[in-house]
Design a protein around this ligand. Structure first.
Ligand SMILES: Cc1cc2nc3c(=O)[nH]c(=O)nc-3n(C[C@H](O)[C@H](O)[C@H](O)COP(=O)(O)OP(=O)(O)OC[C@H]3O[C@@H](n4cnc5c(N)ncnc54)[C@H](O)[C@@H]3O)c2cc1C
Length: 294
């Protein structure tokens, strides 16, 4: 079944855009980024309209691993090497604080559990030591870890999220403030002064494109400069025979899993086993990757 484990099917669809709307800004895509943009527009007192091709969180924002990890995609020691200590420290602080803030604001949706980075071999174990040293040097919490998952690092300020509930909660909050959000309204064209969807048009001064996968369809001028990747996951039935209290990031993040409150496991990865095939706009899982995950 190609449906995220996060979907409890309680969502009441938002209207489709028909006819015309006028706003200062049109936001395209209602995933985590587009909704964050809409919230910021509200905070700044700027009028906005949000349009979504499918439904809120239909993209990766509502179909991901549910890990909330401080810092950037690269490990902290690599971020320091790339951007320098001051920038790496500021980004890590900002993101760790944001995880904490969201956990306080939405405790049923975001939980600070800590995360485990587990090494697959001696080389990764050595990188874990560098990762630990860099975090501690900059004053961030991190501990060496050895347990049933393997050996590596414990990062106590990380956590987990119910990603689809989170974006839906943000959309609901915006709706209670009468912010205009439309689902089932794929953007067909962006022209100066307007965004044209399947059945409507938003006249606006500015456009924010908050689309991750298939960005090259929305902005064809980016074709060749951006490309879409497929990442695959699967979920199990409740598995009371195993117990993982924290999300696990294994083999440089090429394998990852977490156990949910109902004891089922959400797991993903193995993209590196079929890298060329995974640069695709097709979002259906493949037998090869699913077999590795199983
Ligand atoms: C399998 C997987 C696991 C991941 N695990 C994690 C994780 O554990 N932790 C983490 O932090 N990150 C994870 N990520 C990455 C994370 O999910 C993404 O970086 C994030 O969701 C991007 O959010 P977004 O709002 O920018 O884009 P999206 O979630 O892709 O939202 C863009 C929206 O734009 C809409 N859209 C597209 N085209 C149009 C159009 N023409 N008109 C209107 N709307 C359009 C889409 O339907 C979509 O809803 C994972 C990603 C994947 C795929």
């Amino acid at each position: 079944m190609n449906m995220p484990i996060w979907d409890d099917r309680t969502w009441r669809p938002l209207p489709k855009l028909t006819g015309t709307q006028r706003a200062d800004v049109c936001v395209i895509g209602l995933g985590a980024s587009g909704l964050a943009a809409m919230e910021e527009l509200v905070a700044q007192g700027v009028s906005g309209v949000g349009v979504e091709a499918a439904s809120v969180g239909a993209g990766a924002a509502g179909r991901n691993g549910g890990f909330v990890l401080a810092g950037l995609a690269k490990f902290f020691n690599e971020t320091v090497a790339q951007f320098g200590e001051e920038a790496a420290r500021a980004i890590y602080r900002l993101t760790a604080d944001e995880i904490q803030r969201q956990a306080e604001e939405m405790p049923a949706i975001v939980r600070v559990t800590g995360s485990l980075r587990i090494a697959a071999d001696a080389a990764e174990q050595a990188d874990c030591a560098k990762h630990l040293a860099a975090l501690r040097y900059c004053g961030f919490a991190a501990e060496p870890y050895a347990g049933p998952e393997g050996e590596g690092l414990l990062l106590p300020t990380d956590g987990v999220i119910q990603p689809l509930h989170r974006v839906r909660a943000v959309a609901q909050r915006l709706r209670t403030r009468e912010v205009r959000l439309y689902e089932d309204s794929p953007v067909r064209k962006i022209v100066p002064g307007s965004v044209v969807t399947e059945k409507g048009t938003v006249f606006c001064d500015s456009v924010i494109v908050a689309v991750d996968g298939r960005l090259e369809q929305v902005l064809p001028e980016l074709a060749g400069r951006v490309r879409t990747a497929r990442l695959q996951m699967l979920a199990t039935a409740p598995a009371p025979e195993v117990s993982f209290s924290r999300p696990v990031y294994f083999r440089q993040g090429y394998e990852y899993w977490q156990q949910l409150p109902d004891r089922s496991i959400a797991l993903g990865g193995f993209r590196d086993h079929a890298e060329a095939e995974e640069w695709t706009q097709v979002d259906f899982p493949t037998e090869r990757i699913q077999a590795l995950q199983e």
